[in-house]
Structures are given as structure tokens and as C-alpha cells.
Design a protein around this ligand. Sequence first.
Ligand SMILES: Cc1ncc(COP(=O)(O)O)c(C=O)c1O
Length: 394
Amino acid sequence: MSKNNYKNIDTKCVHAGIGEYQFRPVVPPIYQTSTFGFESAAEGAELFEGKKKGYIYTRMFNPTIEAMENSIAELEGGHKALGCASGMAAVNTVFTSTLKTGEHVVCSSAVYGPTTTILKTIMANFGIESTFVDSTRTKNVADAMKKNTKLVFIESPSNPTMVISDLAEIAKIAHAGNAKMAVDNTFMSPILQQPLSLGVDIVMHSMTKFLNGHADVVGGVIIVKDEETYTHFRKILNQLGGVIDPFNAFLVHRGLKTLAIRMQKHCENAMKIAAYLEKHPAVEWIMYPGLKSHPQYELAKKQQNGPGGMITFELKGGLEAGRILMDSVKLCGLAVSLGGVETLIEHPASMTHFSMGPDGRKAANISEGLVRLSIGIENADDIIEDLDQALQKI
Ligand SMILES: Cc1ncc(COP(=O)(O)O)c(C=O)c1O
């Protein structure tokens, strides 16, 4: 990969991953091709044997995808990155590359729902055992470690509960037990948190969110620290086939150029909105790492470079209050997903988790008035004005 040695991450955002191209385009061209021609049978053989550097087939390698991967690897301070078809393809590749039948994984109980589901269903079917713990208490991770634990998987801050785990301390526990530690860094991006620098071995993202930042791509990425791990992961990803395509990789690389300034604005806006919501009489509680009321406020200050753009809060009026809020907002868009330039609002009880019913939601730990906000880069006053007029209707 080409490293440009720029010191500061905001400069890296603009220049990382840009290689040498024949006509000197300032952005890497889109190689929208499934396959690459060989000059001769001998060249084909050399490429396949790895004796010559070049491209063979886009599921294996593609220059547009590689440019995006190099950029993210550099931003995360890693060795190399692997572009995946979605965040879930990245999660799945982390599991299939680090675990074998008869092995065990310790996973935070506060991870994205489908990550839990993969472990409880698909991985369990392959004889891989999982233990879920409240990882905000580091001791719980230590207590859950077994002789056959090969992976500790943490998401911090978590979706949607916004709890924070001590990544450096948990990495020490994982390593003491000869296990690898992986972190889902989706909510932070490398601008706000660099888990590899805290001792973590593997980082992954849903690039669908902040990395791309424009709500027009589904993608994922894994960043690793050394060539041996990279080669092992690459073989598995290429064989299972969950790779990103060149056009989506191009769009993500384009989004990365503004990542530093977007994250700054997400944080500034979210801080103002969280402060507003914290004082609002319709709000029961709020979880935002920038507020002193957040249970891991001090830890967030230590391991993050900013509180991020995600806010979770509970409405006093439960399901009905949530429904009124959803139907009253105008600027905030009603949609799942997050991390884009536009503010999105989601109320699981009346939207994504409505069909579960109150008992099902209780069992899944989703309270009736829980609202998740993904704060965009609009003017914060406009977002507050919209929330204010909608909260008044409750
Ligand atoms: C924290 C986190 N990890 C992983 C994923 C899965 O990503 P994708 O939807 O790109 O597969 C999501 C999606 O919301 C997420 O929020």
C-alpha cells in the first residue's frame, strides 16, 4: 500500500490511498470491470503464482477497491484493509477468519442485533460457542474467558444503547487468554477512535454509515495489523465472496475525503442537541458520551477523540409519545441506518421492532420510549427547532 506519511488525520482523509495513475487523475478512476486481461499465458501464470504484481479478477483484487482500502488502513493506523459488501459481511468475515469448530467467543451483549444473531444461529450451527457479557464491566469479560476462547468482540459505543467499553483493558484480557480482540468501530470512525492504537487486533466498520457518510452505499471494511492476518482474512473473504464492488468503493473513497470535517460537525451538532434534550421535560433519560450524565463519560474522554453523532434517549410517554414524535418531525428523516449528512430519527417500538409486541421488545431490552437520533451536518438550531415543535405535541 502507498503511505504518504502525512502527520495529521484530516490531511490523510484527503490524500490517503491515492496511487500513481497513467494520466494523473486527482482521484483514482473507477475500474468497473469484473476481470483483467493477461498479455500471455506465462504472465497469467506469474500473476496467479504471485510472482508478478497485477490484477486478475475483481473478487480477488481491483485497483479502485484497493485505493479505498489503503486509505482506510492508513486512517485506522493499520497494515491493510479488506473492503466487504456490507458491515455484516465484515462481521461474518471476522468470525469465519478467527474461529473454528469447538472454539469460543466472548461478545459484548451490547452489539448490533444481527451480530448477536450470527453468533447465536449460524456460528452456533458450526459448533462455535458464544458468551455474551455486559462489557462495560471489564471484569465480566475476564470471567467469561475460557481455555478455548479465540475472539473477544466489542462494539463501542454500542448501537443503540450507546454504552462504552474499555478497549485497552479488554485487549489485555483477550491477549492474556491468547485470544484476538476485534472492535466494531462504526459509531466512531477512525477520526474519533483508533482501536488498533489501544492494543486491539482487528477493527471493522459498516461503511454504510459515517465512512461513506452520504446514505448511498452499503459496504463494510476490516482493518488488520500485520501481513499474516491480512493474507489469511483475504483468502477467506475472496473465497466466501462478500467483497465490495468498484463503484461503491469509489463512492466510499470520495466520502472519506470529508470524513474529518463531517465528524467534527456531527460532534458539535450532537453536543448542542444532547444538551437541549437533557433538559427537556418529555425526556426520561439520555445517553450521549459528551454529557457528564453518561455512565462512561470519563472513559469516553480517555479513549475517544470526540463524543460522536449518535444520541439515544427515552421518552416519558412510551410508545404513544414515540409515535407522536415520529409523526411530527419534519426535518429529521424517519429511517433506519445512520452516519449520513442528514439527521435521521428511529423509534424501534413504533417502527423496526413494532411487530415484536411489548413482551418481545421487553425481552430484547428495547424500551417503549427509546429513540435513536443520528445527527447530521445541518445547522444545529434547525434540528433543535424541529425536535422542539415535535416534542411540544406529546
Ligand atoms: C454498529 C453496526 N455494525 C454493523 C452494522 C451492519 O452494517 P450493514 O448494514 O452495512 O451490513 C450496523 C448497521 O446498522 C451497525 O450499526
